[in-house]
Ligand binder design. Structure first.
Ligand code: FES
Length: 105
């Protein structure tokens, strides 16, 4: 496992949202109500980018077919077509003055 730094703590604030790419993995780092969330950056349904999704009350809704996922655990909450897997979520790691993620090398 290796630590990949993503953002400096000083840059985080509520409504923060930023996409990161680590090799082939797209990640989306979000802060809402003081909580940081790190989720995969593409919708598990058909891969639409989630940085243009709407996020309210801990639920992210993809802009394409309006599937909804809980950002805390990635659980699929609402599907308008066939069901799909849940959203991958990642633990945010604090290291020094940065946040990041631990990933397999
Ligand atoms: S691609 Fe996101 S809901 Fe279909």
């Amino acid at each position: 496992m290796r630590f990949y730094p993503l953002e400096k703590l000083i840059n985080l604030h509520d409504a923060y949202s930023r996409q990161f790419k680590i090799d082939n993995l797209q990640l989306l780092l979000l802060q809402r109500d003081g909580e940081l969330y790190l989720i995969e950056g593409r919708c598990p349904h058909r891969g639409h980018p989630l940085d243009v999704a709407t996020l309210q009350d801990g639920i992210i809704q993809c802009a394409l077919h309006h599937y909804q996922f809980a950002i805390a655990d990635g659980h699929l909450l609402h599907a308008t077509e066939e069901r799909c897997r849940g959203l991958r979520t990642f633990r945010v790691i604090y290291e020094g003055n940065e946040v990041g993620v631990m990933l397999e090398e």
